[in-house]
Design a protein around this ligand. Structure first.
Ligand SMILES: [Zn+2]
Length: 86
């Protein structure tokens, strides 16, 4: 799951961009019936936001081996006990 999440966000972003271009072409051609496209946009937006939220809240943390407290994933030293992280 940890390695899949960035790909899901990337895929949602890609579909988001492609869908925008499709809607753009449709509007350019005078076709304003893009309800399905709008739904896809909304779904992609929700997936991206949820993915980023989950990534920030769940995966950007690790447990310190010294004191077993939740610390930011990138920290080199534990802010609670000062132990150097592996
Ligand atoms: Zn610690």
């Amino acid at each position: 799951m940890k390695k899949v999440l960035p790909w899901i966000i990337l895929a949602a972003l890609l579909i988001f961009i492609i869908d925008w271009s499709v809607i753009g072409i449709m509007i350019f051609n005078g076709n304003y019936d893009f309800t399905a496209g709008a739904y896809i946009l909304a779904v992609c937006l929700v997936i991206m936001l949820a993915g980023l939220l989950i990534k920030t809240l769940v995966y950007d943390f690790k447990i310190c081996p010294g004191c077993n407290k939740k610390i930011p994933h990138k920290s080199r030293f534990c802010p609670h006990c000062g132990k150097e992280q592996p």
